[in-house]
Design a protein around this ligand. Structure first.
Ligand code: CIR
Length: 292
């Protein structure tokens, strides 16, 4: 069963991704041993390598794209704190502090809330609205025109409802998540109107079909072969380089170069966060993006 709420309103979607500022957070020393991970047999994670991969990613946003990057300090008591996307959903000038769906991640909200308040965003706190609501930002796919919320794993229907109420000028659709950590583990926006998708497993294919069934805008869907995480990317319409998509390395996902040639109108920048992906970190999860 699917749910949708909100208005179908014409938004100027190209203005929605003109980000000027990004919030990141350092890697906790406890990440290699204590971060949540779906595959407990996964390989050893190097703290040093994870840290240097995150720094290279920060450099892309800061040096190449010209964004201001605010780097919050890591907290070793919060092993997953680098995955900032999960604790805030920012659309236009409203920042919703979410309540992550895993109990070990709840402490991450505080630092993000103070940071967004200090930036004078319109901050809304999900836990104050409904204590039973949970949402990980990795479940929230914003296309500039509408919002898809993955529910069933980390995020629940009460969380979906809070998103509907917080962003009333957008249509918001619930999509059931199965066999994936988050909705955006298997799909994300490559540029306005284009969604990268994975077809790694039958459950993921079902999830993508559900998203396509409820979408109210027309999108072009591009398959990325291989591990689902290869469909997670980050689109920024930057002041310095224009429209850019940061995507996992073509060494791991060879089909992406030709996909971006076919999409056109966007510069592809490859970024390797393989160490973070061992603990299910996707590219989009390392930043909260703002247009301020
Ligand atoms: C977790 O399981 O919560 C973290 N180890 C990974 C979170 C990644 N978040 C994201 O891609 N949005």
């Amino acid at each position: 069963m699917y749910f949708s709420c909100g208005l179908i309103w014409r938004h100027n979607m190209h203005n929605k991704f003109k980000y000027t500022t990004a919030i990141a957070r350092g890697i906790a020393k406890s990440l290699p041993a204590e971060a949540q991970r779906m595959d407990h047999t996964a390989e050893f994670v190097s703290y040093e390598k994870a840290k240097s991969q995150l720094q290279s990613y920060v450099d892309i946003l800061q040096e190449k794209l010209g964004l201001k990057v605010i780097q919050l300090p890591a907290d070793d008591a919060l092993p997953d704190c680098a995955f900032v996307e999960d604790v805030a959903v920012v659309i236009d000038d409203t920042a919703l502090i979410t309540k992550p769906g895993h109990v070990n991640r709840i402490g991450e909200m505080k630092e993000m809330e103070s940071c967004l308040k200090s930036l004078r965003m319109n901050v809304v706190n999900m836990a104050e609205i409904d204590p039973f609501a949970t949402v990980d930002g990795g479940d929230v796919l914003f296309t500039g025109e509408e919002i898809f919320v993955g529910v069933g794993n980390r995020s629940n229907m009460a969380g979906y409802k809070v998103i509907c109420d917080t962003f009333p000028s957008y249509a918001v659709h619930a999509v059931e998540v199965e066999d994936a950590l988050h909705l955006k583990t298997a799909c994300s926006l490559a540029k306005p109107g284009v969604i990268m998708i994975s077809d790694e497993t039958p459950e993921i294919q079902k999830m993508i079909k559900s998203l396509q069934a409820v979408a109210t805008s027309n999108y072009r869907y591009i398959h990325v072969q291989g591990n689902a995480i290869g469909s997670n990317c980050l689109f920024i319409d930057s002041e310095k380089l224009g429209p850019v998509t940061v995507h996992p390395s073509s060494k791991a996902f060879p089909s992406i170069k030709s996909s971006y040639d076919a999409i056109g109108g966007v510069t592809l920048i490859e970024c390797d966060i393989s160490e973070l992906s061992k603990v299910d970190g996707a590219l989009s999860c390392c930043f909260v993006l703002l247009s301020i």
